[in-house]
Ligand binder design. Sequence first.
Ligand code: NA7
Length: 540
Amino acid sequence: DDGVEPVELDAVVIGTGFAGLLALHVLRNDLGLQVRAFDDAPGVGGTWYWNCYPGARADTEVTAYCYSFDRDLFDSWRWSERYPRQPEILAYLNHVADRFDLRRSITLETRVQRATFDEHTNRWVVVTNRGERLAARFLIEGVGLLSSTNMPAFPGQETFTGEVFHTARWPQAGTDFRGKRVGVIGTGSSGVQVITEIAPDADHLTVFQRSAQYSVPARHGAIDAEFLASIHSDYEGYWHRVRSSITGFGFEESTTPAADVPDEEREAIFERWWQHGGGFQFMFATFSDIGVDVFANNAATDFIKRKIAETVTDPDTARMLTPTDLYAKRPLCCDGYFETYNRDNVTLVDVKADPIVEITPRGIRTAGVEHELDVIVFATGFDAVTGNTLKIAHTGRDGIDLADHWAHRPTTHLGLMTSGFPNMFTMFGPMGPFTNQPPADEVQIEWIADVIRHLQKTGMDTIEPTAETEAAWVATCDEIGHSTLFPKVDSWINGANVPGKPVTIMFYMAGLGSYAEQLRRARDDDYPGFRFAAADRTPA
Ligand code: NA7
């Protein structure tokens, strides 16, 4: 503290991705608050700013991967494809920043380092890496569920003399792989996209796969005109359906358990959705119970395994590409992924069988052999859900540190608020919904705006959940989570992808509709389980 009075604001927003831009718009333009937003990046867009690797795309149909709050925005923005590429999504978010005049309230290239709750003033004191100090009543964090990179540390990594990239910190100027020997580590959503995209350009591509993946085709193409027309003719109804659904994707989710139909019909349904494309569609539109029932899950995986066997010509490669675990990670889709391994210039290395021993000046050495490379691409994902939040030193009431509060596992109430951290809202924080994000961001910001209105109306200064309420929500999330198959497979969904991170349920897995209902109930019942406090204006 340099003794300089902090700049007084109503709210600080951290992040300018889908969540942060929306929060800034709603708080400033709808509620009339004094707001500043910060982002570390040189441009707005959040994860869509950074993830400009070749092949980066949405794999949610874009008609649900956008905002709905402004009908004119929806009507006037023309997407070129069903699953647009990263530059188009980034252009959309920039358009949103301009359209709602958000830029004048955004400070870029600035990271919030500390946020400390001052119990005398009931203000969050926020400190940036540029030495700015701000005092704000509300702290709204949209720091990105999948944004803090996961970079493994292999021995010798610093000795590599070629180029090194992480998919989520890709150089904005792009890269040229022609004539180069490229190694990609990782086969998640980012991996399958980048692998498929760069294989035709690279001189040689070596894929270092730790876990084989159930990937289905995406079926890129134009937005179905009839579907778009149906949205235009029933805009409210469409978004109501999106928000009431499990995934928030805008497709009709199945209500039929896989065991309820005869084998042939089941096969036909899988085939229909394989032809239609989309990972979440394959998991949630085919049958209602793929994520919760082993029989249904096996039926889906048997189908995908047969597709892999039909697609990949070399039997050894096909075997390595065939997963053996349950289909209970974030479902992937990518056109041409398995076909890529039929190319002469692509080699697959199974690093479970032949582990990476070290990175050398010339490439990657596995137990068996040194793979000489010009470029290493880390498609190794994220310290998901909590990574970026915990990079900020949060101090709540009684000097309590968020990192300590979350040391065993992250806990919140409704994914949004944490006991001891009044007026702090974590959009897509832990124990939030496992869904398509933009519609859920809207559900969350509407709730936050209602909370702020409620405080204004009642003359209260702060709101926070009690420790008991938080524990009850976590127990609910655990119960739901353990009724699904997702905890049975290691992935970022449960923290298992980052060494040393607590492996635990981190989502409310009952779907967006149910989640929105929980938020509605909390609001309509006047926030049971929350503690309110009036201002304490006694001088410190
Ligand atoms: P993911 O889905 O976490 O995938 C990361 C991949 O990197 C995955 O195949 C990992 O294997 C692999 N990985 C991670 N660490 C290592 C090490 N040390 N050695 C070898 N391989 C490793 O991240 P993405 O960026 O693809 O996607 C994340 C989400 O972003 C995605 O689901 C979308 O929602 C957007 P593993 O499977 O852990 O064995």
